[in-house]
Design a protein around this ligand. Structure first.
Ligand code: HEM
Ligand code: HEM
Length: 219
């Protein structure tokens, strides 16, 4: 039996758990694209290089698509399916302590807090990144030119000596954005660690269905 995303929530709730379609392709593709973009900018691209900024703008576009999907997507992908509610999150914690296993058709209330926290942190990273990089039309070309290997090496050395110097003398304002960017990136790493710990915990508690639902090929 397949479950149509257009079912209303009552019909949806009556579907047997194992036949539920939990995440549509847009949710899955945006999830793994966001993961890829973060890994690329954290581990592969040179900080502030043309590639770093391109990946950053791609990340912004993917996040925008997911947020749009939160308003027009299928029921389980909508914001209304996983409201930001600290009260419900506490209730979920109580359920965990009591050994109760409720079925959630979208993110559970604790997971929802984490999702909004990750999205907000990405918003801060994107905003501070754009504040440093400037609008795509102008600064992209400058940055792309700077991204050749020699320039990046020089920039990296300068950064080692003096973080402010790395912003190329643009003064305190850019340094502040750099600090905001770096702090938000570090906080994002903490959130990601908690998110993965949460997924592992829920998978052990409620079964592999949670993880499998986010993988390709599972509808
Ligand atoms: C989650 C994805 C991202 C990660 C993990 C990341 C990581 C970093 C890190 C670690 C730095 C060095 C900060 C420092 O100087 O201490 C940096 C710098 C920078 N990032 Fe990102 N970043 C991301 C997204 C973005 C985005 C979305 C943009 C813009 C569209 C951007 C543009 C920049 C710029 C312009 C710099 C400054 C380089 C300089 O001149 O020193 N980043 N990023
Ligand atoms: C850079 C690392 C990661 C980030 C930023 C991230 C972020 C997110 C976000 C924002 C969501 C909500 C999805 C949506 O509604 O659009 C989510 C859900 C999910 N993520 Fe990740 N994720 C990361 C890594 C991972 C990894 C490595 C796994 C697998 C072990 C994973 C498994 C899941 C699962 C299973 C869900 C759905 C949870 C549920 O059923 O409520 N994520 N993640």
């Amino acid at each position: 039996m397949t479950v149509s995303p257009s079912l209303d929530s009552d019909e949806f709730a009556k579907q047997p758990v194992r036949t539920r379609r939990r995440w549509d392709p847009v949710v899955k593709i945006t999830h793994w694209s966001i993961v890829t973009a973060i890994l690329a900018n954290a581990l592969v691209t040179e900080e502030g290089s043309g590639t770093h900024i391109w990946v950053g703008y791609a990340l912004a576009a993917i996040l925008a698509l997911r947020l749009l999907w939160g308003s027009i997507g299928p029921p389980e992908a909508r914001f209304s399916a996983f409201p930001l509610s600290p009260g419900r999150a506490l209730g979920h914690l109580r359920d965990i302590r009591a050994g109760k296993k409720e079925v959630h058709r979208s993110h559970n209330p604790l997971g929802a807090l984490m999702v909004y926290a990750i999205w907000s942190m990405l918003g801060v990273i994107i905003a501070s990144g754009i504040a440093m990089a400037g609008p795509p039309s102008t600064t992209f070309l400058d940055r792309a030119e700077r991204s050749d290997e020699v320039t990046q090496k020089v920039l990296a050395e300068r950064r080692d000596h003096d973080a402010d110097e790395a912003t190329e003398g643009a003064g305190g304002e850019e340094s502040e954005w750099e600090e905001v960017h770096e702090t938000a990136v570090n906080l994002l790493y903490v959130l990601i660690a908690l998110h993965i710990a949460g997924v592992v915990f829920e998978t052990r508690r409620s079964g592999r269905e949670i993880l499998l639902a986010m993988l390709p090929g599972r509808a």
